[in-house]
Design a protein around this ligand. Sequence first.
Ligand code: IMP
Length: 423
Amino acid sequence: MAVDLLLGLQWGDEGKGKIVDVLTKNYDIIARFQGGPNAGHTLEFDGIKHVLHTIPSGIFHKNAVNVVGNGVVIDPVIFKKELDALKEFKIDIKSKLLISRKAHLILPTHRLLDAASETAKGKAKIGSTLKGIGPTYMDKTGRNGMRVGDLEMDDWKEKYRALADKHEAMIDYYNVDIEYDLAELETDFFASVEELKQLTFIDSEEYLFQAQKSGKKILAEGAQGSLLDIDFGTYPFVTSSNTTAAGACTGLGVAPNQIGDVKGIFKAYTTRVGSGPFPTELFDEDGETMGRVGNEFGATTGRPRRCGWLDLVALKYAVQVNGVTQLMMMKADVLSGFESIKVCTAYNYKGEEITHLPYNIEAENVTPIYSEMKGWKEDLTKMSSAEELPEALKSYISFLEKELEVPITIVSVGPDRTQTILR
Ligand code: IMP
């Protein structure tokens, strides 16, 4: 049985949480493959709004088991808060949420290192969520990290101490002014680790292999977006993991020839939170309207998101890198009311028109070239079938499908589970 993937094609915040939640009824297992609590996956159903950071978005469905894969980094403190927030839903966490022993742990000092590094960078800062993601993946690839499986060993506290002491020396090296009380952070950390240890730890690659063999349907859930990928994103303004399709193989132990459908999610426009180039960014009333109507504030940090028109050059690149087989367009409702809609179909790159994403996409190198089409006025939020959609939106969708050469199978018209149109 093939493993399907679901990932974001822009700079994150495309609405992956909502779509995983909608699709979970078709799957037995939802497995998160990378990232950590820098993610904020928002789900809305039955009048409830819930934000998940590390826990896969299938957790509210009785039929599915949720796996936190080896490629994920876990902060026990944030994880405990997520678990506490789930208590009212009476989910059988021990059997419905399984954690890979190979997932790495975010220590309190990783968070401090993130803050020190960003402060030292000054104006060149990444705009990190400051959740310790970069330093934790650095320790992973530097072969110094602590993993969930270490918590089953007697000597894990010694291992912790040695690493935290080293981190403190590194924080001193940055020579920046950050205030912290490590003893207090550690009290919280150790208490949270005890809670984490109550959960079920598994050898997730073996679990998923056996699940595939016995015909279970698996959906791999990505976090962040393709343009934040450590290799293929707008480096260095990226996150520290592979957010693209290949990341699902390394982040879960799924072989490439076992990947089935690749579901790519994008917003009908573009947003970005944090620093870094963004060719179609708007600094005018249109951008302000997208932000306000789309409620574009980070689910993890609350920061306002930068907004702009859809960038087909970047989207095509993401479709290509991921091998997307189905597209899902989110927040179509936010574009209702615009007189006309613009789509970037090419870049003027140092005086030359190009349609691929070049190495440098900073404003001094790239100017977007737009196609303009008619907007629509209708409120989409109560529509439930593709036929009901306004003609101008239908034309927008057909145009995108033609350009991207992949079908758009879902159009989302609001944040609730029910506001999802299948095509
Ligand atoms: P970090 O992964 O927290 O270090 O952040 C690196 C960059 O990725 C920053 O620009 C963040 O704003 C961005 N980022 C990280 N996680 C997310 C996410 O879930 N959605 C959108 N942007 C994110």
